[in-house]
Design a binder for this molecule. Structure first.
Ligand code: HEC
Length: 97
C-alpha cells in the first residue's frame, strides 16, 4: 500500500511538472516567428534551420544577448525567463535541417 501511494505521489508530481513546462513552440510563434519565419526558415533574421549554434548557445543568446549582435539580440530578449528561453531553444533545435 505504501508503495502504491508513493507511486501515485511521484506520478502526480511528474504530471504537474509537465503542465508547468513552458511551451517552446507557442513561445517561438509569438516571439520569434515574425523575424525568423514560422519554420525557422529566416526572414528579417537569419535561418535558424541552418544555425551553427547549439541548443545551449541559443538559450544563452536569448537570456544574455551577445555583444556586437543587432537588435533584438544585442541584449537579452525582453521579458523571457530562463525557462522560456530553454523551451524555445529546445524547439529551435527541432527545426534544424
Ligand atoms: C526583430 C526581429 C527578431 C526577433 C523578434 C528575433 N530575432 Fe533572432 N535574429 C534577428 C536578427 C536580425 C539576427 C542576426 C543578428 C546579428 O547577427 O547581429 C538574429 C539572430 C538570431 C540567432 C543567431 C543565428 C546564428 O546562426 O548566428 C538566433 C539563434 C536567433 N536569432 C534566435 C531567435 C529566437 C529564438 C527568437 C525568439 C525568442 C528571436 N531570435 C527573435 C532578428 C530577430
Amino acid at each position: 500500500m505504501k508503495r502504491l501511494l508513493l507511486t501515485m505521489a511521484v506520478f502526480t508530481v511528474a504530471c504537474s511538472m509537465a503542465w508547468a513546462a513552458e511551451d517552446g513552440a507557442a513561445l517561438y510563434k509569438t516571439k520569434c516567428a515574425a523575424c525568423h519565419g514560422a519554420a525557422g526558415e529566416g526572414k528579417i533574421g537569419p535561418s535558424l534551420q541552418k544555425t551553427a549554434l547549439t541548443q545551449a548557445q541559443v538559450a544563452d543568446l536569448l537570456t544574455k544577448g551577445a555583444e556586437g549582435k543587432k537588435a533584438p539580440h544585442g541584449k537579452a530578449v525582453s521579458g523571457l525567463t530562463a525557462d522560456q528561453a530553454t523551451a524555445i531553444a529546445t524547439y529551435v533545435a527541432t527545426l534544424k535541417k
